[in-house]
Each structure stands twice: as structure tokens, then as C-alpha cells.
Write a protein that binds this ligand. Structure first.
Ligand SMILES: [Zn+2]
Length: 266
């Protein structure tokens, strides 16, 4: 029997999901487990960390894009009221655009995940024997003997056939599809939080040093977001800090140069 999805089978499974099947009953003894296993056990913690990390990256976007905007406008030496209006507009526009973008991308991801789950559920209803065989092969492919894989698959099919196919075949947790509204609002808040740093720096500092003070505030905050997101993702911190700072410096340098040039022409 052939199955159109055979090719994508198991390619999207990450390590976390593979192990998350072992959760039941292990909760109480998690602290006694060796570190990596204990962490894989806490799927909720992992997902919370992912959210936190997305928030930090959203704040990073807010810092860079707002900094570029306010420094560029300040470079054009406009009036205080023009600087105030355009800076606030930059933060609001950026935050809304982030929210809409995130909402759209999470919505379409959720739609396709739902469609895959429906397809899977129809398929299981129509041909449970095939579902069992498929699950057996997926487990076998992880290095389990054929007979044991068959037993495991049979038990999984009995308890929650769709859930087992969702996690082993599609790499989806049917109970944890991301809500697009949550994602949109979260990225908007993150962007505003980040954008308010250059906004406050440019508006509150004395006009003669405003660009310099904003530049320093932005570089320091980008170093912090770089280090924090690297820490959450267990990546090298220095490299991340240098990368985020470089991006911010480039954005400000380019927009300041353009702002100064345009300002001189008016
Ligand atoms: Zn299937």
C-alpha cells in the first residue's frame, strides 16, 4: 500500500517531541532524572522559553527599527514637534505591522496544521490497519525492533491514534497549536517595549547630544537583548551580542547619513 505522505514522515520531528511521548507518570520524579532528560520532560517550560525568546527578538526589532527612524529624522534636524510626531508614528506603525505579520503567519501555519490533522483523522478512520503499519514503521525507523515497534504502535493506536500520528508523523501537538491572536499581541507588546528605548532616549536627552545618547542607549540595550536571547537559546553569548549590536549600529548609521543628507537639501 502506498501513502502520499510517506516522504515527509518523521522529517519534521524535533528531539523534544520525540521524547515528549514519555511524559505520562514521569512528572513527579523529574528532578531525579539526569539534566537533559528532565528538561525534555518539561515540554511546557520549553514552550515558555520559546515565547520568551520570541519576545526578546521582537523587542530587538523594536529597538533597531525605531532607533533607525528616530536617528534618521534627528539627522535631518527637524523641529521638536516633527521629531516627536514621527518617532511615535514609527513605534506605532512598526508595532502594528509586527502584530499583523505575526497574526497572518501563525494563522496560516495553524490552518495548515489543522488541515493536516483532519486529513490524518479521515485517513485513520478509513484505514486503521494502514495507520498501525505506518506508526510501526515510524517507530522502527527510530531503531526499534520490528516486533517491539508493532507492540508499541498497537498500544499507541489504542490510546490516542490521532495524537500518536500527529506527534510521530506530523510533528504537531494537537493540544498546543499556537493562537494567532496571542502571537500577534505578544509581538506588538515586545516591539513597543523595545521601541520605547530609542524613543525615550531621543526625546528626553538634550537636543545637541540626542543622537549620541540614543546611539549609546541602543547599543547597550541590543547587547542585553543579544545576551538574553542567546542565554535562552543556549547559544554563544558574545557572538549574539556582537551580531545584534552590529545590526543596530548599521541601521542607525545608514538612516542618520540619509537623514543628514536629506536635511541638508531642504
Ligand atoms: Zn498517519
Amino acid at each position: 500500500m502506498t501513502h502520499p505522505e510517506e516522504g515527509v514522515v518523521a522529517t519534521r520531528n524535533n528531539g523534544q517531541r520525540e521524547i515528549s511521548g514519555q511524559r505520562s507518570g514521569g512528572e513527579a520524579s523529574a528532578s531525579a532524572l539526569p539534566r537533559p532528560l528532565a528538561e525534555a520532560d518539561g515540554g511546557e517550560i520549553a514552550s515558555r522559553l520559546n515565547w520568551l525568546r520570541a519576545g526578546v527578538m521582537g523587542a530587538n526589532d523594536g529597538i533597531v527599527s525605531t532607533a533607525g527612524m528616530v536617528v534618521g529624522v534627528a539627522g535631518a534636524a527637524v523641529s521638536d514637534s516633527a521629531l516627536l510626531a514621527s518617532s511615535i508614528a514609527a513605534v506605532v506603525a512598526g508595532a502594528l505591522s509586527m502584530a499583523v505579520g505575526e497574526y497572518v503567519s501563525v494563522s496560516s501555519q495553524r490552518d495548515s496544521e489543522r488541515a493536516e490533522l483532519e486529513h490524518e483523522s479521515r485517513q485513520l478512520a478509513a484505514n486503521p490497519e494502514y495507520g498501525l503499519e505506518q506508526l510501526t514503521r515510524l517507530i522502527e525507523a527510530k531503531g526499534v525492533d520490528r516486533s517491539l515497534a508493532g507492540e508499541v504502535a498497537a498500544q499507541l493506536m489504542e490510546r490516542d491514534a490521532l495524537g500518536a500520528h500527529a506527534s510521530l508523523e506530523l510533528g504537531i501537538d494537537p493540544n498546543e497549536l499556537t493562537n494567532p491572536w496571542h502571537a500577534g499581541v505578544a509581538s506588538m507588546i515586545a516591539f513597543v517595549a523595545g521601541g520605547s528605548i530609542p524613543l525615550a532616549a531621543i526625546l528626553l536627552s538634550p537636543r545637541t547630544n540626542a543622537v549620541l545618547i540614543t546611539g549609546v542607549a541602543v547599543i547597550v540595550s541590543l547587547a542585553i537583548t543579544g545576551v538574553v536571547s542567546a542565554h535562552l537559546g543556549r547559544a554563544p553569548k558574545l557572538r549574539a551580542a556582537v551580531r545584534t549590536m552590529t545590526g543596530g549600529i548599521l541601521a542607525m548609521a545608514v538612516t542618520y547619513a540619509i537623514g543628514s543628507f536629506v536635511g541638508a537639501q531642504i
